[in-house]
Structures are given as structure tokens and as C-alpha cells.
Design a protein around this ligand. Structure first.
Ligand code: ATP
Length: 271
């Protein structure tokens, strides 16, 4: 949570120091989730989840099927489940906000399933996303990052393969020059070369100062690009740490029941 500096009796220089520190925390802390609960009807899926994601970092969320990862992202956007608890995005509470208002804060959400407007061309898909923000990223920059979509710009997006549609979804997110990017399994169904490319794009966005929050099943990718890794189990964060911590603590095996890290090279990575 981004707190205003309290009026304080501190002498001038120290007061300025703490004001700067507080401002720095405001900028770094893109997402602060406190005691988040989410319900579908009477079924409670998130059980008081706490998570913080910083600008300039890739925050990854792993967990077994049904752990509540997608529900978490939907809750952040206020799409679907009934939500209780506190969510602050870029220092602002999103209590009472619609999904549109949350997007206007600078949040792009790439869901697991619907990624494109099927009848619109690839170019129109990107333009629709770009129109939602005051200062979209130029098309030339998007094509620099994703050259695969250039020959497809005029093609109806619904006629692309699943993997190509995912790239269009990523292009849409890029066009919005968001400050918080929420991605639900962006590499699902992509060939290994494109998985590596998507990973590189996400790292690059993080170096530009974007807070990337990614739900993934591809553990290998997450270990490569994740700055902070969280493991969700039954609607709460059960473990968090760095990629090195993941490896040394053998948590994937413990919490996800899969021993990906000991598998022969080439097979390791995807659960
Ligand atoms: N619209 C819904 N209505 C009722 N229950 C739902 C709904 N969506 C999800 N659930 C339930 O909420 C729980 C968490 O689902 P969620 O999709 O968040 O899990 P997940 O961790 O993303 O799983 P996966 O890795 O398989 O995508 C599951 O038990 C699921 O059946």
C-alpha cells in the first residue's frame, strides 16, 4: 500500500529522505494484494491470499490445476468471482472499480482462452487495444519484438493457429504500454522457440519498468525469467522465493507433485 508521508517532527534532510523512500516504494510496488478471498457462488476459491508484485520484475505464480491461479488474475480485474479483501494497483485501491477502470490504471490482462477478436484482422486487433490508451506503443516497435505477425497483419485473427493467436494477444498487450501486465499461461501450445521468445519479451518489458505477473505451467520458463516465484495451493500462497530458492528447496516436487528438475535435459520444464 502506498502511504502518504505523515507530517513528522524529523529535521528537513531526514524528512526529505523518508519522503523519497516512500515515493520510491509507491513506484516500485505495482500490486499489493492483502487477504484476498474469492467466491463462485458459495464456493470459496481464494482463502486469504497475500501477494506483492514490483515494477521492473517478473512475478510468477505456479500451482497445481485448480489451485486458484486463474481466479486470482480474474479477481484482480474484478472479472467473474465475488471478491473480498484489499487490492491496490499502482498505489490505488481498486475497491468498487470496474474492469475497464482498472485497465485505465495501466493494467493489461491476457486471459488463458479468449485472446483475439476473431473477425477483425490482426492489425485491427492491435489497433482496438491501442485505442484504449493515450500513448500506445507504435506498430513498428511491436513488429520489432514480434516479427512473426507481420505477414499476418491483414488476416482475420480467428483464422490463425492457437499459437499465432497467442502472439496477437501479446502484441495487443504490448501496444497498450501497460504498467502492470497480467498473463495467464501465455506460452500454452507454443513451440519451444516461441516460448523462449515470449520469455525474452517479458524480461524486456520488466527491464522497461513493467510489473509482469504471469501464471504458467512451464516451470523451466519460470525459473529462467521469474524474479519472484510464488506457489499457490488451495487458494493461498504456500511458498515464495527466487528461482535459486526453488531449485535448492525442491519446492516444485513438494507442492506440485512433479519432479521436473531431475528429468533428463530437454524434458524438464513443462508440468
Ligand atoms: N466460473 C466458475 N464457477 C465455479 N467454479 C469455478 C469457476 N471458475 C473456476 N472455478 C473453480 O475454482 C477453482 C480454481 O479454478 P482456477 O481456474 O482458478 O484454477 P487454476 O489454478 O487456474 O487451474 P488450472 O491450472 O487448471 O488452469 C476450481 O475448483 C474451479 O473448478
Amino acid at each position: 500500500m502506498c502511504l502518504r508521508p505523515e507530517p513528522s517532527p524529523l529535521p528537513g534532510r531526514r524528512k526529505r529522505f523518508f519522503a523519497i523512500l516512500s515515493l520510491r516504494n509507491c513506484i516500485l510496488e505495482a500490486l499489493q494484494v492483502t487477504n484476498l478471498k474469492a467466491y463462485y457462488g458459495k464456493a470459496q476459491v481464494l482463502q486469504g491470499l497475500n501477494l506483492r508484485a514490483e515494477a521492473g520484475a517478473v512475478t510468477a505464480i505456479l500451482g497445481r490445476n485448480g489451485a486458484g491461479k486463474t481466479t486470482f488474475l480474474k479477481s484482480l480485474m474484478r472479472l467473474g468471482p465475488r471478491v473480498d479483501g484489499e487490492i491496490a494497483i499502482l498505489g490505488k485501491s481498486t475497491s468498487g472499480m470496474s474492469a475497464d477502470a482498472i485497465a485505465r490504471l495501466g493494467v493489461a490482462y491476457m486471459p488463458q482462452d479468449v485472446r483475439v477478436f476473431a473477425r477483425l484482422s490482426v492489425l485491427e486487433n492491435i489497433q482496438v487495444a491501442a485505442r484504449t490508451v493515450p500513448n500506445p506503443r507504435p506498430l513498428s516497435e511491436i513488429l520489432d519484438v514480434l516479427p512473426e505477425i507481420e505477414p499476418k497483419l491483414e488476416q482475420p485473427a480467428g483464422t490463425l493457429s492457437g499459437g499465432q493467436q497467442q502472439l496477437v494477444g501479446i502484441a495487443r498487450s504490448l501496444s497498450m504500454r501497460c504498467r502492470l501486465l497480467l498473463m495467464d499461461e501465455p506460452t500454452e501450445g507454443l513451440m519451444p522457440r516461441l516460448v523462449t521468445q515470449v520469455g525474452a519479451i517479458l524480461r524486456r518489458l520488466a527491464t522497461e519498468g513493467v510489473a509482469v505477473v504471469i501464471v504458467e505451467q512451464n516451470v523451466g520458463l519460470i525459473l529462467e525469467i521469474g524474479h519472484a516465484i510464488h506457489i499457490v495451493e488451495k487458494g493461498v500462497i504456500k511458498w515464495q522465493g527466487t528461482a535459486e530458492d526453488v531449485i535448492s528447496a525442491k519446492v516444485i516436487d513438494r507442492y506440485m507433485g512433479v519432479n521436473v528438475l531431475d528429468e533428463p535435459e530437454g524434458k524438464a520444464g513443462t508440468l
